[in-house]
Design a protein around this ligand. Structure first.
Ligand code: AMP
Ligand code: MG
Length: 321
């Protein structure tokens, strides 16, 4: 059986505009992707290092593969005992559970074991998981198995087979945290780019909004099919083109339909959510992809978020709120 692994496409959103003056960008690889922070004055440079330090700490806590982090510890104790986590991590996990319920399960943070079965993080793919393996795990992913106790800030996974995976919400949340911290440190305008999940702080020097380009799934990195003008907000995109592998002529991508455990068969090629609430934008981008364009529109209206959807037939749907 021939295996071909295609590269992970990370930069899904590029920035088209900058201030008229100089800019200063620092890069770091974290959250399994290329991250950057851009500020627009010499004085703001000092704010960048503490923000990266904060992001690194958050990454450690939320990365399910980092054994010393809160999420990994919760997973290690699945089916055994509740684990106390930091109030911040508890808050994000609670939010993830709420968003699972709000999206009728299309966003499900308890799918980690099924993702592991598919192995999108592996370099080589010899086979796809069997229907039996997937079906056996799916029932363990029911969100009722994520048991939260706010008094003790503890999290318990009630089924030993299930794993918590915040991959569909963490970067959106982190972007907003970074932007807030920059503002607290006195920065007025900045761009935080966490692997294409962009959070913009303030607006351009001349008062106009930032212009964010949305990656064309068909083009090389840097090609865009639309732009979004925005200030003080997060711009988060999900698409099948971001992480996948090809096997025997079939493409398997990383966004799973929680009702089947298989890569979601969506009529969406890429969906971008624009919201000042980064965690919401991130979770909704994933959920919308799973739901398909019609239900995605309804969900975005219900949540009061702006969205940009590119369908597989090439139609562009813009939802303004
Ligand atoms: P995103 O790029 O934000 O759409 O998130 C995709 C990542 O979230 C995947 O790489 C998985 O780790 C995880 N994931 C996949 N499908 C789902 C889903 N339906 N709900 C929640 N997380 C998911
Ligand atoms: Mg997401």
């Amino acid at each position: 059986m021939k295996t071909r692994v295609l590269p992970l496409v990370m930069a899904i959103v590029i920035l088209l505009s900058s201030c008229s003056g100089g800019s200063y960008t620092e890069y770091e690889f974290m959250m399994d992707t290329n991250c950057s922070i851009t500020v627009y004055s010499r004085a703001d440079r000092d704010a960048v290092a503490p923000v990266f330090a904060r992001l690194r700490e958050l990454d450690r806590a939320l990365d399910r593969f980092n054994a010393s982090g809160d999420v990994a510890r919760v997973n290690l104790s699945a089916g055994q005992s509740p684990v106390e986590v930091s109030p911040e991590v508890f808050g994000l996990i609670s939010r993830a559970k709420e968003l699972c319920e709000m999206t009728a399960g299309a966003f499900n943070p308890l799918l980690g074991a099924v993702s592991d079965l598919w192995g999108f993080d592996r370099a080589e793919h010899e086979s796809v998981p069997s229907q039996t393996e997937i079906a056996g795990l799916l029932e363990a992913c029911d969100i009722s198995n994520l048991v939260l106790d706010a008094d003790s800030c503890s999290v318990y996974i009630a089924d030993e087979r299930a794993r918590l995976d915040l991959g569909a919400i963490a970067k959106g949340y982190a972007g907003q945290v970074a932007s807030q911290l920059l503002a607290e440190l006195g920065v007025e305008r900045a761009i935080v780019n966490l692997g294409g999940n962009v959070t913009v702080l303030g607006s351009r020097e001349d008062g106009r909004p930032w212009r964010v380009g949305i990656q064309n799934p068909e083009a090389d990195e840097g090609g865009y099919f639309a732009t979004v003008d925005c200030s003080d907000t997060s711009v988060v995109t999900s698409g099948a083109y971001q992480r996948y592998f090809d096997l025997d002529g079939v493409r398997y991508h990383h966004i799973l339909d929680p009702s089947t455990g298989y890569p979601a068969e969506s009529d969406i090629s890429s969906v971008t959510i624009i919201s000042p609430d980064g965690a919401l934008a991130d979770a909704l981008s994933t959920a919308c992809f799973v739901l398909g364009s019609r239900n995605a529109e309804e969900l975005c209206r219900r949540c009061g978020v702006q969205a940009l959807i590119l369908t597989t037939s090439g139609e562009i749907i813009r939802l303004e709120q």
